[in-house]
Design a protein around this ligand. Structure first.
Ligand code: NAD
Length: 499
């Protein structure tokens, strides 16, 4: 049995707590490794190494730091296939999708190469007679992040890229379900020239997370995962005086207007609803056709497309549409919710419950499901299913459709499919959701914009990546400087207005 390590102060280190969790091969259901769950004492060793390494890195000029980022990008490209294989093997997503996971993280590292430009402060010449005023963006010190299982490469890179570019040390507590790729990334960063102790990976569960939250030295915490844990981490981290940003669950609505190109809308829903087995925080899980006729046309287009979906292990080639879900527990939860949907009166139009893959009977595969006539009071509408289950809520008109997206407790992403610019513009302006697609089903902003949801999908002031991330990982110091010619004449004791 493979034993996964931590990566502390430039070395792979075995866990010493005696606690482990299983890492599965989701395609076969077998346990393929055990992941150590760190104690507070192990976390403290990493924090001490980070404290020792950070001051010199923080004082290194941003361009030199950016050169390490450049080299890291080269190494990511060199090892892309190796990383993607390791990612698919633990997560279960298809090989092209695993490469996409790495690529969208890599793009944030590319953005961070702009650190010398992004870290420039403000300067006011002659704010008063002989007085200049300027601001500096300084690193926070030791920072930490806690990441989910569904993007084991991209989300860690979204955090440690900007954190390191800004001159911080970063401790990553990745998901214990697929911990191998984060360890490989930390190793690669050191190969790129990052001094040891600056990027460390400490595996674990709640105990390791609490060790981060209650450690005095750690200045900031980034979290991505489910909403209850996001709320816990946000509340606890803030009460400990840390800077905290937490991103939670989602229930993303796609509104299909009567004038939409129905083939385009159906294709978009297939990719956005079932891609990565629905285990994306930007997956579309609710289709909202406007009008009965639109709904009937949409369902008619969706059914044959869903029936053609190819579900299988990542090893069976690039034409697989999606793989297994992450654990047996996730599979049971999804199938349990499907049953609840039926019990509460939704119409199951495509039933994936009896899906079985020969040779992979113990794998965590879930067939695709489509529900119609879902209503807002049903659990399958209220809860995040995080599986290959698309629900359809029929809306009578545009205002009703908009209200559905507005009234839902989550506000991560949403989309509208229409040919009417006026409806699209109104939707983008009024909807209380953080990321909006217009004829784009998964509107994940690129690295140089920022990513973040509203309502129960995001807690904190600043988004991930883009300019916000450079704000999150620095603090501003403002200097007022005066070089009076008359300094030799003595001190100035009055607090003076700058006239
Ligand atoms: P999760 O909340 O179970 O776990 C996320 C992290 O929190 C992991 O590192 C885990 O070890 C840790 N954790 C789990 N239980 C904890 C506890 N009791 N106390 C402290 N830490 C704990 O989430 P997941 O299942 O890994 O990921 C799926 C969820 O993440 C979905 O809800 C999805 O929508 C969300 N997600 C959101 C975004 C976003 O940007 N909003 C992006 C990706 C995933």
């Amino acid at each position: 049995m493979k034993e996964i390590t931590h990566y502390i102060n430039g070395a792979h280190v075995k866990g010493t707590s005696g606690r482990f969790s299983d890492v599965f091969n989701p395609a076969t259901g077998e346990v393929q490794a055990k992941c150590p769950l760190a104690s507070a004492a192990e976390m403290d060793i990493a924090v001490k190494a980070a404290m020792a390494a950070q001051p010199a890195w923080g004082a290194t000029n941003p361009q030199r730091r950016a050169r390490v980022m450049m080299k890291f990008v080269d190494l990511l490209n060199r090892d892309m296939d190796k990383l993607a294989e390791a990612l698919s093997a633990e997560h279960g997503k298809t090989f092209p999708d695993a490469k996409g996971d790495i690529q969208r993280g890599l793009e944030v590292i590319e953005y961070c190469i702009g650190a010398p430009q992004l870290l420039k402060g403000e300067f006011t010449d002659s704010a008063g007679p002989g007085i200049d005023m300027y601001s500096m963006k300084q690193p926070l010190g030791v920072t930490a992040g806690i990441t989910p299982f569904n993007f084991p490469a991209m989300i860690p890179m979204w955090m440690f890229g900007p954190a390191l570019a800004c001159g911080n040390a970063f401790i990553l507590k990745p998901s214990e379900r697929d911990p191998s790729v984060p360890l490989m990334l930390a190793e690669l960063f050191e190969e790129a020239g990052l001094p040891k102790g600056l990027l460390q990976v400490v595996n674990g569960d709640k105990e390791a997370v609490d060790a981060i939250l209650y450690h005095d030295v750690i200045q900031s915490v980034g979290f991505v995962g489910s909403t209850p844990i996001a709320q816990y981490i946000y509340g606890t981290g803030c009460s400990q005086g840390k800077r905290v940003q937490c991103f939670g669950g989602a229930k993303n609505h796609m509104i299909i207007m009567p004038d939409a190109d129905m083939d385009q809308a159906a294709d978009a829903l297939i990719g956005a609803g079932y891609g990565a087995a629905g285990e994306r925080c930007m997956a579309i899980s609710v289709a909202v056709p406007v009008g009965e006729e639109t709904a009937d046309r949409l369902i008619e287009k969706l059914v044959p497309r869903i029936e053609k979906l190819k579900v299988g292990p990542w090893t069976s080639g690039d034409d697989v549409d999606y793989g297994p879900v992450v654990t047996a527990e996730a599979k049971q939860r999804i199938l349990g919710l499907v049953q609840t949907g039926i019990d509460q009166g939704a119409k199951l139009v495509v039933d994936g419950r009896n899906f079985n893959l020969q040779g992979y009977e113990d794998g965590f595969f879930v067939g695709p499901h489509l529900f119609d006539h879902v209503t807002p009071d049903m659990d399958i509408y209220k809860q995040e299913i995080f599986g290959p289950v698309l629900t359809t809520v029929r809306a009578g008109n545009y205002e009703e459709a908009l209200k559905l997206a507005m009234d839902h407790e989550y506000g991560n992403g949403t989309a509208i499919f229409t040919r009417d610019g006026d409806a699209a513009r109104d939707f983008a302006a009024r909807v209380n959701v953080g990321m909006v697609g217009i004829n784009v089903p998964i509107p994940v902003p690129l690295a140089y914009h920022t990513f973040g949801g509203w309502k129960k999908s995001g807690f904190g002031d600043l988004n991930q990546h883009g300019p916000d991330s450079f704000k999150f990982y620095t603090r501003t110091k403002t200097v007022t400087s005066r070089w009076p010619s008359g300094i030799k004449e003595g001190g100035e004791f009055n607090f003076k207005a700058m006239d």
